[in-house]
Design a protein around this ligand. Sequence first.
Ligand SMILES: NC(=O)c1ccc[n+]([C@@H]2O[C@H](COP(=O)([O-])OP(=O)(O)OC[C@H]3O[C@@H](n4cnc5c(N)ncnc54)[C@H](OP(=O)(O)O)[C@@H]3O)[C@@H](O)[C@H]2O)c1
Length: 469
Amino acid sequence: MAERESRRDNKAMDGRWSLLGTTALVTGGTKGIGHAIVEELARFGAAVHTCARNEAELETCLKKWEGMNLNVTGSVNNAGIAIWKAATDHTLEDYRHVMSTNLDSAFHLSQLAHPLLKASGSGSIVFISSVAAIVGMRNISAYSERWISLPEALHVNGRRDSNKLCLPGFIGTPINQQLLEDKEILAAESNRALLGRVGEAARWRRWWLSCGGQREVFRVAAEEKTMEVDRERWSLMGAAALVTAGTRGIGHAIVEELARFGAAVHTCARNEVELEKCLQRWGAMQLKVTGSVCDVSSPTEREKLMERVKSIFNGKLNILDYKFVMSTNLEAAFHLSQLAHPLLKASGSGSSIVFISSVAGLVGFDGICLYSATKGAMNQLARSLACEWAKDGIRANCVAPGCIRTPGNEQLLKDEEFVAKESGRVPLGRVGEAEEVAAVAAFLCLPASFYVTGQVIAVDGGRTVNGNV
Ligand SMILES: NC(=O)c1ccc[n+]([C@@H]2O[C@H](COP(=O)([O-])OP(=O)(O)OC[C@H]3O[C@@H](n4cnc5c(N)ncnc54)[C@H](OP(=O)(O)O)[C@@H]3O)[C@@H](O)[C@H]2O)c1
Protein backbone atom coordinates (compact mmCIF):
# COMPACT_ATOMS: atom_id res chain seq x y z
CA MET A 1 0.00 0.00 0.00
CA ALA A 2 1.52 3.30 -1.07
CA GLU A 3 0.78 6.30 1.06
CA ARG A 4 2.00 9.80 1.40
CA GLU A 5 0.76 12.81 3.21
CA SER A 6 1.30 16.35 1.99
CA ARG A 7 0.64 19.79 3.44
CA ARG A 8 -2.62 21.61 2.93
CA ASP A 9 -2.90 24.75 0.89
CA ASN A 10 -6.35 26.14 0.46
CA LYS A 11 -5.41 29.29 -1.38
CA ALA A 12 -4.42 27.65 -4.63
CA MET A 13 -7.63 28.56 -6.47
CA ASP A 14 -7.35 29.54 -10.09
CA GLY A 15 -9.24 31.83 -12.46
CA ARG A 16 -11.95 29.24 -13.16
CA TRP A 17 -13.61 30.17 -9.88
CA SER A 18 -13.63 33.91 -10.49
CA LEU A 19 -15.88 36.35 -12.36
CA LEU A 20 -13.40 39.22 -12.19
CA GLY A 21 -13.62 41.37 -15.29
CA THR A 22 -17.02 40.00 -16.34
CA THR A 23 -20.37 41.82 -16.57
CA ALA A 24 -23.77 40.37 -15.65
CA LEU A 25 -27.43 41.32 -15.98
CA VAL A 26 -29.67 39.76 -13.28
CA THR A 27 -33.40 40.52 -13.60
CA GLY A 28 -35.58 40.74 -10.49
CA GLY A 29 -32.65 41.28 -8.10
CA THR A 30 -34.29 43.09 -5.17
CA LYS A 31 -35.80 40.03 -3.49
CA GLY A 32 -35.53 36.27 -3.14
CA ILE A 33 -33.41 34.14 -5.45
CA GLY A 34 -32.55 37.07 -7.76
CA HIS A 35 -31.22 39.06 -4.79
CA ALA A 36 -29.05 36.14 -3.68
CA ILE A 37 -27.73 35.70 -7.24
CA VAL A 38 -26.78 39.40 -7.51
CA GLU A 39 -24.72 39.09 -4.32
CA GLU A 40 -23.14 35.77 -5.29
CA LEU A 41 -22.01 36.98 -8.73
CA ALA A 42 -20.79 40.31 -7.36
CA ARG A 43 -18.80 38.55 -4.63
CA PHE A 44 -17.16 36.48 -7.34
CA GLY A 45 -16.02 39.80 -8.85
CA ALA A 46 -18.61 40.45 -11.60
CA ALA A 47 -19.96 43.93 -12.28
CA VAL A 48 -23.72 43.31 -11.97
CA HIS A 49 -26.71 45.29 -13.27
CA THR A 50 -30.13 44.38 -11.91
CA CYS A 51 -33.71 45.55 -12.34
CA ALA A 52 -37.03 45.48 -10.47
CA ARG A 53 -40.33 47.34 -10.59
CA ASN A 54 -40.24 48.99 -7.17
CA GLU A 55 -37.83 51.91 -7.34
CA ALA A 56 -37.67 52.50 -3.57
CA GLU A 57 -36.77 48.85 -2.89
CA LEU A 58 -34.19 48.93 -5.68
CA GLU A 59 -32.60 52.05 -4.17
CA THR A 60 -32.41 50.39 -0.73
CA CYS A 61 -30.71 47.34 -2.23
CA LEU A 62 -28.24 49.42 -4.24
CA LYS A 63 -27.27 51.34 -1.09
CA LYS A 64 -26.79 48.07 0.82
CA TRP A 65 -24.59 46.64 -1.94
CA GLU A 66 -22.56 49.83 -2.10
CA GLY A 67 -21.97 49.49 1.63
CA MET A 68 -20.80 45.92 1.04
CA ASN A 69 -18.39 47.17 -1.65
CA LEU A 70 -20.13 45.13 -4.34
CA ASN A 71 -20.13 46.45 -7.88
CA VAL A 72 -23.91 46.57 -8.58
CA THR A 73 -26.02 49.06 -10.58
CA GLY A 74 -29.78 48.93 -11.17
CA SER A 75 -32.75 50.20 -13.16
CA VAL A 76 -36.52 49.89 -12.83
CA ASN A 77 -38.02 47.01 -14.87
CA ASN A 78 -39.95 43.67 -14.73
CA ALA A 79 -39.16 40.10 -13.58
CA GLY A 80 -40.97 36.75 -13.07
CA ILE A 81 -44.38 36.26 -11.43
CA ALA A 82 -46.58 33.32 -10.49
CA ILE A 83 -50.39 33.43 -10.13
CA TRP A 84 -51.60 30.70 -7.74
CA LYS A 85 -55.02 29.62 -9.03
CA ALA A 86 -56.66 26.40 -10.21
CA ALA A 87 -56.15 25.85 -13.96
CA THR A 88 -59.92 26.09 -14.52
CA ASP A 89 -60.03 29.53 -12.83
CA HIS A 90 -57.27 31.16 -14.87
CA THR A 91 -58.62 33.92 -17.13
CA LEU A 92 -57.12 34.71 -20.51
CA GLU A 93 -55.72 37.88 -18.92
CA ASP A 94 -53.99 35.82 -16.21
CA TYR A 95 -52.50 33.60 -18.91
CA ARG A 96 -51.25 36.56 -20.96
CA HIS A 97 -49.93 38.36 -17.89
CA VAL A 98 -47.80 35.36 -16.80
CA MET A 99 -46.62 34.58 -20.33
CA SER A 100 -45.70 38.14 -21.19
CA THR A 101 -43.94 38.78 -17.89
CA ASN A 102 -42.08 35.48 -17.70
CA LEU A 103 -41.60 33.88 -21.10
CA ASP A 104 -41.79 36.85 -23.50
CA SER A 105 -39.35 38.84 -21.40
CA ALA A 106 -36.90 35.92 -21.12
CA PHE A 107 -36.89 35.42 -24.87
CA HIS A 108 -36.80 39.10 -25.77
CA LEU A 109 -34.07 39.93 -23.25
CA SER A 110 -32.02 37.01 -24.61
CA GLN A 111 -32.42 38.40 -28.12
CA LEU A 112 -31.43 41.88 -27.00
CA ALA A 113 -28.47 40.59 -24.98
CA HIS A 114 -27.22 38.31 -27.76
CA PRO A 115 -24.85 40.82 -29.46
CA LEU A 116 -23.38 41.79 -26.08
CA LEU A 117 -22.94 38.18 -24.95
CA LYS A 118 -21.38 37.31 -28.30
CA ALA A 119 -19.00 40.29 -28.11
CA SER A 120 -17.72 39.10 -24.71
CA GLY A 121 -16.44 35.86 -26.32
CA SER A 122 -17.84 33.57 -23.63
CA GLY A 123 -21.37 34.65 -22.76
CA SER A 124 -23.60 32.65 -20.46
CA ILE A 125 -27.38 32.87 -20.01
CA VAL A 126 -28.86 31.29 -16.85
CA PHE A 127 -32.64 31.06 -16.66
CA ILE A 128 -34.09 30.57 -13.19
CA SER A 129 -36.95 28.24 -14.00
CA SER A 130 -38.73 26.00 -11.48
CA VAL A 131 -39.33 22.35 -10.66
CA ALA A 132 -42.90 23.23 -11.73
CA ALA A 133 -41.61 22.93 -15.32
CA ILE A 134 -40.78 19.23 -14.96
CA VAL A 135 -43.36 17.89 -12.52
CA GLY A 136 -47.04 18.70 -12.26
CA MET A 137 -48.09 21.09 -9.47
CA ARG A 138 -51.55 22.23 -8.51
CA ASN A 139 -52.65 25.81 -9.19
CA ILE A 140 -49.76 27.19 -11.26
CA SER A 141 -50.32 25.68 -14.70
CA ALA A 142 -49.57 28.81 -16.78
CA TYR A 143 -46.38 29.46 -14.79
CA SER A 144 -45.16 25.90 -15.43
CA GLU A 145 -45.60 25.91 -19.21
CA ARG A 146 -43.20 28.71 -19.88
CA TRP A 147 -39.94 26.91 -19.33
CA ILE A 148 -40.33 23.72 -21.28
CA SER A 149 -38.11 24.32 -24.32
CA LEU A 150 -36.64 27.82 -24.32
CA PRO A 151 -33.13 27.06 -23.02
CA GLU A 152 -32.72 24.05 -25.30
CA ALA A 153 -33.77 26.11 -28.31
CA LEU A 154 -31.42 28.97 -27.47
CA HIS A 155 -28.65 26.55 -26.59
CA VAL A 156 -28.42 24.93 -30.00
CA ASN A 157 -28.88 28.21 -31.85
CA GLY A 158 -26.39 30.06 -29.67
CA ARG A 159 -23.53 27.60 -30.27
CA ARG A 160 -20.78 29.53 -28.54
CA ASP A 161 -22.92 31.09 -25.83
CA SER A 162 -23.82 28.65 -23.10
CA ASN A 163 -27.39 28.71 -21.85
CA LYS A 164 -28.42 26.97 -18.70
CA LEU A 165 -31.62 26.25 -16.92
CA CYS A 166 -31.72 26.24 -13.15
CA LEU A 167 -34.80 24.61 -11.62
CA PRO A 168 -35.29 25.67 -8.02
CA GLY A 169 -37.58 23.61 -5.81
CA PHE A 170 -39.47 25.29 -2.99
CA ILE A 171 -37.22 28.09 -1.71
CA GLY A 172 -38.14 30.37 1.20
CA THR A 173 -38.33 33.81 -0.49
CA PRO A 174 -40.80 36.72 -0.52
CA ILE A 175 -42.54 35.38 -3.69
CA ASN A 176 -43.98 32.50 -1.64
CA GLN A 177 -44.11 34.24 1.73
CA GLN A 178 -47.85 33.69 2.04
CA LEU A 179 -47.54 29.97 1.32
CA LEU A 180 -44.72 29.59 3.83
CA GLU A 181 -46.87 31.16 6.53
CA ASP A 182 -49.39 28.34 6.02
CA LYS A 183 -48.06 25.67 8.42
CA GLU A 184 -49.90 22.88 6.60
CA ILE A 185 -48.35 23.74 3.22
CA LEU A 186 -44.92 24.17 4.79
CA ALA A 187 -45.13 20.77 6.51
CA ALA A 188 -46.44 19.04 3.36
CA GLU A 189 -43.74 20.60 1.17
CA SER A 190 -40.94 19.78 3.66
CA ASN A 191 -42.19 16.20 3.83
CA ARG A 192 -42.11 15.95 0.02
CA ALA A 193 -38.50 17.24 -0.19
CA LEU A 194 -35.91 14.52 0.42
CA LEU A 195 -33.87 16.85 2.57
CA GLY A 196 -36.95 17.48 4.72
CA ARG A 197 -37.08 21.26 4.42
CA VAL A 198 -37.65 24.12 2.00
CA GLY A 199 -34.49 25.69 0.59
CA GLU A 200 -32.75 28.64 2.22
CA ALA A 201 -29.44 30.42 2.27
CA ALA A 202 -28.08 29.88 5.77
CA ARG A 203 -28.42 26.13 6.34
CA TRP A 204 -24.82 25.16 5.51
CA ARG A 205 -23.49 26.87 8.62
CA ARG A 206 -24.19 23.86 10.84
CA TRP A 207 -22.15 21.57 8.57
CA TRP A 208 -19.43 24.16 8.31
CA LEU A 209 -19.09 24.41 12.09
CA SER A 210 -19.17 20.60 12.47
CA CYS A 211 -16.14 20.50 10.14
CA GLY A 212 -14.33 22.95 12.42
CA GLY A 213 -14.54 25.74 9.83
CA GLN A 214 -13.84 29.35 10.67
CA ARG A 215 -15.41 32.40 9.12
CA GLU A 216 -13.17 33.94 6.50
CA VAL A 217 -13.29 35.19 2.94
CA PHE A 218 -10.82 34.52 0.20
CA ARG A 219 -9.47 37.40 -1.74
CA VAL A 220 -7.95 37.16 -5.17
CA ALA A 221 -6.35 40.32 -6.52
CA ALA A 222 -6.26 40.67 -10.29
CA GLU A 223 -5.66 43.85 -12.21
CA GLU A 224 -6.39 46.00 -9.16
CA LYS A 225 -9.84 44.41 -8.69
CA THR A 226 -10.66 42.03 -5.88
CA MET A 227 -13.28 39.41 -5.22
CA GLU A 228 -14.52 38.41 -1.80
CA VAL A 229 -16.22 35.05 -1.85
CA ASP A 230 -17.87 33.79 1.31
CA ARG A 231 -15.66 30.85 2.18
CA GLU A 232 -18.25 29.24 4.35
CA ARG A 233 -20.19 28.21 1.29
CA TRP A 234 -17.36 27.95 -1.22
CA SER A 235 -14.82 26.01 0.81
CA LEU A 236 -14.14 22.40 1.78
CA MET A 237 -11.76 23.23 4.62
CA GLY A 238 -12.13 20.53 7.26
CA ALA A 239 -13.91 18.09 4.90
CA ALA A 240 -12.64 14.55 4.20
CA ALA A 241 -13.04 13.10 0.70
CA LEU A 242 -12.51 9.71 -0.96
CA VAL A 243 -11.96 10.05 -4.74
CA THR A 244 -11.57 6.70 -6.51
CA ALA A 245 -9.36 6.33 -9.61
CA GLY A 246 -7.47 9.57 -9.09
CA THR A 247 -4.19 9.13 -10.95
CA ARG A 248 -5.36 10.07 -14.46
CA GLY A 249 -8.04 11.93 -16.38
CA ILE A 250 -11.22 13.11 -14.69
CA GLY A 251 -10.39 11.54 -11.30
CA HIS A 252 -7.02 13.28 -11.20
CA ALA A 253 -8.67 16.65 -11.90
CA ILE A 254 -11.26 16.02 -9.16
CA VAL A 255 -8.57 15.19 -6.55
CA GLU A 256 -6.88 18.51 -7.29
CA GLU A 257 -10.10 20.53 -7.35
CA LEU A 258 -11.33 19.21 -3.98
CA ALA A 259 -7.89 19.56 -2.39
CA ARG A 260 -7.60 23.15 -3.64
CA PHE A 261 -10.93 23.88 -1.95
CA GLY A 262 -9.27 22.72 1.28
CA ALA A 263 -10.49 19.09 1.58
CA ALA A 264 -8.23 16.30 2.82
CA VAL A 265 -8.44 13.78 -0.03
CA HIS A 266 -7.71 10.05 -0.15
CA THR A 267 -7.49 8.49 -3.60
CA CYS A 268 -6.76 5.09 -5.13
CA ALA A 269 -5.65 3.42 -8.38
CA ARG A 270 -4.12 0.06 -9.34
CA ASN A 271 -0.72 1.23 -10.57
CA GLU A 272 1.52 1.93 -7.55
CA VAL A 273 4.27 3.73 -9.50
CA GLU A 274 1.81 6.17 -11.07
CA LEU A 275 0.09 6.71 -7.73
CA GLU A 276 3.43 7.45 -6.06
CA LYS A 277 4.28 9.98 -8.80
CA CYS A 278 0.94 11.73 -8.35
CA LEU A 279 1.34 11.87 -4.55
CA GLN A 280 4.78 13.42 -4.96
CA ARG A 281 3.37 16.02 -7.35
CA TRP A 282 0.48 16.86 -5.01
CA GLY A 283 2.95 17.08 -2.13
CA ALA A 284 4.99 19.62 -4.09
CA MET A 285 1.77 21.58 -4.75
CA GLN A 286 1.12 21.49 -0.98
CA LEU A 287 -2.22 19.72 -1.43
CA LYS A 288 -3.36 17.40 1.34
CA VAL A 289 -3.72 14.09 -0.49
CA THR A 290 -3.09 10.48 0.60
CA GLY A 291 -3.44 7.36 -1.54
CA SER A 292 -3.75 3.57 -1.53
CA VAL A 293 -3.25 0.96 -4.22
CA CYS A 294 -6.67 -0.57 -4.74
CA ASP A 295 -8.54 -2.31 -7.55
CA VAL A 296 -12.11 -1.17 -6.92
CA SER A 297 -13.48 -4.14 -8.87
CA SER A 298 -12.41 -6.44 -5.99
CA PRO A 299 -14.81 -6.62 -2.99
CA THR A 300 -12.02 -7.42 -0.51
CA GLU A 301 -9.86 -4.56 -1.78
CA ARG A 302 -12.85 -2.22 -1.46
CA GLU A 303 -13.25 -3.28 2.16
CA LYS A 304 -9.54 -2.72 2.81
CA LEU A 305 -9.77 0.70 1.16
CA MET A 306 -12.64 1.74 3.39
CA GLU A 307 -10.82 0.49 6.52
CA ARG A 308 -7.87 2.67 5.50
CA VAL A 309 -10.14 5.67 4.91
CA LYS A 310 -11.83 5.10 8.25
CA SER A 311 -8.55 5.19 10.13
CA ILE A 312 -7.08 8.17 8.20
CA PHE A 313 -10.21 10.32 8.62
CA ASN A 314 -11.09 9.15 12.18
CA GLY A 315 -14.31 7.35 11.24
CA LYS A 316 -15.83 10.25 9.26
CA LEU A 317 -16.16 11.02 5.58
CA ASN A 318 -17.84 14.04 3.95
CA ILE A 319 -17.40 13.20 0.27
CA LEU A 320 -17.40 9.98 -1.76
CA ASP A 321 -16.53 10.53 -5.43
CA TYR A 322 -16.81 7.37 -7.46
CA LYS A 323 -15.80 6.91 -11.08
CA PHE A 324 -17.33 3.98 -12.75
CA VAL A 325 -14.22 2.78 -14.46
CA MET A 326 -15.45 -0.35 -16.21
CA SER A 327 -18.85 -1.49 -17.31
CA THR A 328 -18.72 -4.39 -14.82
CA ASN A 329 -18.41 -2.01 -11.89
CA LEU A 330 -21.95 -1.08 -10.95
CA GLU A 331 -21.50 -3.56 -8.11
CA ALA A 332 -18.44 -1.61 -6.93
CA ALA A 333 -20.33 1.69 -6.93
CA PHE A 334 -23.08 0.17 -4.85
CA HIS A 335 -20.73 -1.68 -2.49
CA LEU A 336 -18.45 1.33 -1.89
CA SER A 337 -21.51 3.49 -1.17
CA GLN A 338 -22.69 0.88 1.34
CA LEU A 339 -19.25 0.73 2.98
CA ALA A 340 -18.98 4.53 3.06
CA HIS A 341 -22.50 5.00 4.45
CA PRO A 342 -21.61 4.87 8.18
CA LEU A 343 -18.66 7.24 7.67
CA LEU A 344 -20.72 9.70 5.61
CA LYS A 345 -23.50 9.54 8.19
CA ALA A 346 -21.06 10.12 11.06
CA SER A 347 -19.82 13.33 9.50
CA GLY A 348 -23.22 15.01 10.04
CA SER A 349 -25.58 16.62 7.53
CA GLY A 350 -24.22 17.83 4.20
CA SER A 351 -22.07 14.88 3.17
CA SER A 352 -22.07 14.10 -0.49
CA ILE A 353 -21.75 11.17 -2.91
CA VAL A 354 -20.82 12.09 -6.49
CA PHE A 355 -20.88 9.37 -9.15
CA ILE A 356 -19.13 10.12 -12.44
CA SER A 357 -21.46 8.52 -14.95
CA SER A 358 -21.69 9.51 -18.66
CA VAL A 359 -23.98 10.99 -21.29
CA ALA A 360 -24.06 7.37 -22.52
CA GLY A 361 -26.39 6.79 -19.55
CA LEU A 362 -28.79 9.41 -20.96
CA VAL A 363 -28.79 8.83 -24.74
CA GLY A 364 -28.00 5.80 -26.94
CA PHE A 365 -24.66 5.19 -28.72
CA ASP A 366 -23.72 2.38 -31.12
CA GLY A 367 -21.25 -0.22 -29.85
CA ILE A 368 -21.28 0.48 -26.09
CA CYS A 369 -24.64 -0.86 -24.99
CA LEU A 370 -23.42 -2.56 -21.79
CA TYR A 371 -21.29 0.41 -20.74
CA SER A 372 -24.31 2.67 -21.37
CA ALA A 373 -26.68 0.40 -19.45
CA THR A 374 -24.39 0.48 -16.42
CA LYS A 375 -24.09 4.29 -16.60
CA GLY A 376 -27.88 4.58 -16.80
CA ALA A 377 -28.13 2.32 -13.75
CA MET A 378 -25.64 4.53 -11.95
CA ASN A 379 -27.82 7.61 -12.58
CA GLN A 380 -30.74 5.75 -11.07
CA LEU A 381 -28.62 4.55 -8.14
CA ALA A 382 -27.86 8.20 -7.32
CA ARG A 383 -31.58 9.07 -7.36
CA SER A 384 -32.44 6.11 -5.15
CA LEU A 385 -29.67 6.80 -2.63
CA ALA A 386 -30.71 10.46 -2.60
CA CYS A 387 -34.16 9.35 -1.43
CA GLU A 388 -33.06 6.68 1.01
CA TRP A 389 -30.11 8.42 2.66
CA ALA A 390 -31.38 12.02 2.83
CA LYS A 391 -32.54 11.27 6.39
CA ASP A 392 -28.89 10.45 7.23
CA GLY A 393 -27.74 13.85 5.93
CA ILE A 394 -26.23 12.33 2.77
CA ARG A 395 -26.81 13.77 -0.70
CA ALA A 396 -26.19 11.76 -3.90
CA ASN A 397 -25.75 13.20 -7.39
CA CYS A 398 -24.26 12.23 -10.75
CA VAL A 399 -22.05 14.14 -13.13
CA ALA A 400 -22.49 12.87 -16.70
CA PRO A 401 -19.53 13.90 -18.88
CA GLY A 402 -19.72 14.08 -22.66
CA CYS A 403 -16.54 13.56 -24.69
CA ILE A 404 -13.66 14.67 -22.44
CA ARG A 405 -9.96 14.77 -23.30
CA THR A 406 -8.30 12.26 -20.90
CA PRO A 407 -5.58 9.57 -21.20
CA GLY A 408 -8.47 7.06 -21.31
CA ASN A 409 -9.57 8.20 -24.76
CA GLU A 410 -6.27 9.57 -26.06
CA GLN A 411 -6.28 7.14 -29.00
CA LEU A 412 -9.84 7.99 -29.98
CA LEU A 413 -9.14 11.73 -29.91
CA LYS A 414 -6.16 11.28 -32.26
CA ASP A 415 -8.73 10.44 -34.95
CA GLU A 416 -9.33 13.88 -36.49
CA GLU A 417 -12.44 12.75 -38.33
CA PHE A 418 -14.00 11.55 -35.07
CA VAL A 419 -13.11 14.80 -33.26
CA ALA A 420 -14.57 16.93 -36.06
CA LYS A 421 -17.77 14.86 -36.13
CA GLU A 422 -18.14 14.88 -32.36
CA SER A 423 -17.44 18.62 -32.10
CA GLY A 424 -20.00 19.28 -34.83
CA ARG A 425 -22.61 17.52 -32.71
CA VAL A 426 -21.77 19.65 -29.63
CA PRO A 427 -23.30 23.18 -29.52
CA LEU A 428 -20.14 24.53 -27.84
CA GLY A 429 -18.18 23.10 -30.78
CA ARG A 430 -15.38 21.19 -29.00
CA VAL A 431 -14.56 18.26 -26.74
CA GLY A 432 -14.32 19.01 -23.00
CA GLU A 433 -11.41 19.08 -20.54
CA ALA A 434 -11.14 17.02 -17.32
CA GLU A 435 -11.05 20.25 -15.23
CA GLU A 436 -14.48 21.20 -16.60
CA VAL A 437 -15.94 18.00 -15.14
CA ALA A 438 -14.00 18.38 -11.88
CA ALA A 439 -15.46 21.87 -11.29
CA VAL A 440 -19.03 20.53 -11.38
CA ALA A 441 -18.13 17.57 -9.14
CA ALA A 442 -16.56 20.03 -6.67
CA PHE A 443 -19.67 22.23 -6.73
CA LEU A 444 -21.78 19.20 -5.79
CA CYS A 445 -19.52 18.67 -2.74
CA LEU A 446 -19.48 22.30 -1.60
CA PRO A 447 -21.84 23.71 1.03
CA ALA A 448 -23.00 26.04 -1.79
CA SER A 449 -24.97 23.08 -3.27
CA PHE A 450 -26.54 21.79 -0.05
CA TYR A 451 -30.09 21.81 -1.47
CA VAL A 452 -29.14 19.74 -4.55
CA THR A 453 -29.66 15.98 -4.39
CA GLY A 454 -30.73 13.17 -6.73
CA GLN A 455 -29.67 15.07 -9.86
CA VAL A 456 -27.79 14.04 -13.00
CA ILE A 457 -25.85 17.00 -14.38
CA ALA A 458 -24.48 16.65 -17.90
CA VAL A 459 -21.13 18.32 -18.60
CA ASP A 460 -21.26 17.83 -22.35
CA GLY A 461 -21.12 21.21 -24.11
CA GLY A 462 -24.85 20.83 -24.76
CA ARG A 463 -24.59 17.56 -26.73
CA THR A 464 -27.60 15.88 -25.11
CA VAL A 465 -29.98 18.80 -25.76
CA ASN A 466 -29.02 19.22 -29.42
CA GLY A 467 -31.99 18.22 -31.58
CA ASN A 468 -30.42 19.34 -34.87
CA VAL A 469 -29.32 16.88 -37.56
N1 LIG B 1 -13.19 10.69 -20.86
C1 LIG B 1 -14.43 10.75 -21.30
O1 LIG B 1 -14.69 11.21 -22.44
C2 LIG B 1 -15.56 10.26 -20.46
C3 LIG B 1 -16.87 10.49 -20.91
C4 LIG B 1 -17.92 10.06 -20.12
C5 LIG B 1 -17.68 9.42 -18.93
N2 LIG B 1 -16.40 9.20 -18.51
C6 LIG B 1 -16.20 8.48 -17.25
O2 LIG B 1 -15.30 9.16 -16.41
C7 LIG B 1 -14.58 8.21 -15.62
C8 LIG B 1 -13.09 8.48 -15.74
O3 LIG B 1 -12.69 8.40 -17.11
P1 LIG B 1 -11.29 8.94 -17.62
O4 LIG B 1 -11.43 9.17 -19.08
O5 LIG B 1 -10.84 10.05 -16.76
O6 LIG B 1 -10.35 7.66 -17.38
P2 LIG B 1 -8.76 7.47 -17.54
O7 LIG B 1 -8.13 8.68 -18.14
O8 LIG B 1 -8.61 6.20 -18.25
O9 LIG B 1 -8.28 7.29 -16.02
C9 LIG B 1 -8.69 6.16 -15.33
C10 LIG B 1 -8.27 6.23 -13.87
O10 LIG B 1 -8.94 5.17 -13.20
C11 LIG B 1 -8.00 4.30 -12.51
N3 LIG B 1 -8.58 2.95 -12.54
C12 LIG B 1 -8.95 2.23 -13.62
N4 LIG B 1 -9.44 1.02 -13.24
C13 LIG B 1 -9.40 1.00 -11.88
C14 LIG B 1 -9.76 0.04 -10.90
N5 LIG B 1 -10.28 -1.12 -11.22
N6 LIG B 1 -9.58 0.35 -9.59
C15 LIG B 1 -9.08 1.54 -9.22
N7 LIG B 1 -8.72 2.49 -10.11
C16 LIG B 1 -8.87 2.22 -11.42
C17 LIG B 1 -6.74 4.48 -13.34
O11 LIG B 1 -5.56 4.11 -12.61
P3 LIG B 1 -4.99 2.58 -12.66
O12 LIG B 1 -4.99 2.17 -14.11
O13 LIG B 1 -3.64 2.68 -12.04
O14 LIG B 1 -5.91 1.75 -11.84
C18 LIG B 1 -6.79 5.98 -13.61
O15 LIG B 1 -6.41 6.71 -12.48
C19 LIG B 1 -15.00 6.85 -16.12
O16 LIG B 1 -16.01 6.36 -15.29
C20 LIG B 1 -15.59 7.11 -17.48
O17 LIG B 1 -16.55 6.15 -17.85
C21 LIG B 1 -15.33 9.60 -19.26
